[in-house]
Design a protein around this ligand. Structure first.
Ligand code: CO
Length: 160
């Protein structure tokens, strides 16, 4: 397993729409393993393939209170509702966080790491992460959702 470099905004690959995975071969298994490894190394909670420069619809998530990663290949959010203000950051936008609105809950479908079709109902942080990472696959950054410019904040440790 490898740790892959995470690309940072404004790299143009972050603005591209990723393509559905259609080749389910060993290279996919390796890519997913590398993404999980990279996520663990970064101590983030989610990573989309765009962020390692691969334009395929793959996301990996790891919630802080869970001891296993969640893999979604060709994920789709099929339903969502509600609205809550949350604080959010992104591995591709280091040094910043921002306040955005996310759904209270989402229903997502996709293939897991065993390539089994999976349905998931999620709320809280998992729902937020699913929205953030599926946004990446569509070239959308979390700061696109800011209501006002002041909602993007530089992290205190990095302020001059
Ligand atoms: Co992100």
């Amino acid at each position: 397993m490898s740790i892959l470099p995470i690309i940072e905004y404004p790299d143009r690959l972050l603005r591209k729409k990723a393509k559905p995975v259609t080749n389910f071969d060993k290279s996919l298994t390796k890519l997913v393993e590398d993404m999980v490894n990279t996520l663990h190394d970064s101590q983030g909670i989610g990573l989309a393939a765009n962020q390692i420069g691969v334009l395929l619809r793959i996301i990996v998530l790891q919630m802080p209170d869970e001891n296993y990663p969640r893999v979604f290949i060709n994920p789709e959010i099929i339903d969502r509702d509600g609205n809550r203000k949350v604080v959010e950051g992104c591995l591709s936008v280091p040094g910043y966080h921002g306040y955005v609105f996310r759904s209270l809950w989402v229903k997502a479908v996709g293939l897991n790491n065993k390539l089994e079709y999976t349905k998931l109902y999620a709320d809280g942080l998992l729902a937020q992460a699913l929205e953030h990472e599926t946004d990446h696959l569509n070239g959308i950054m979390y700061f696109d959702h800011l209501k006002k410019h002041e909602d993007l904040i530089k992290n205190p440790s990095e302020q001059e």
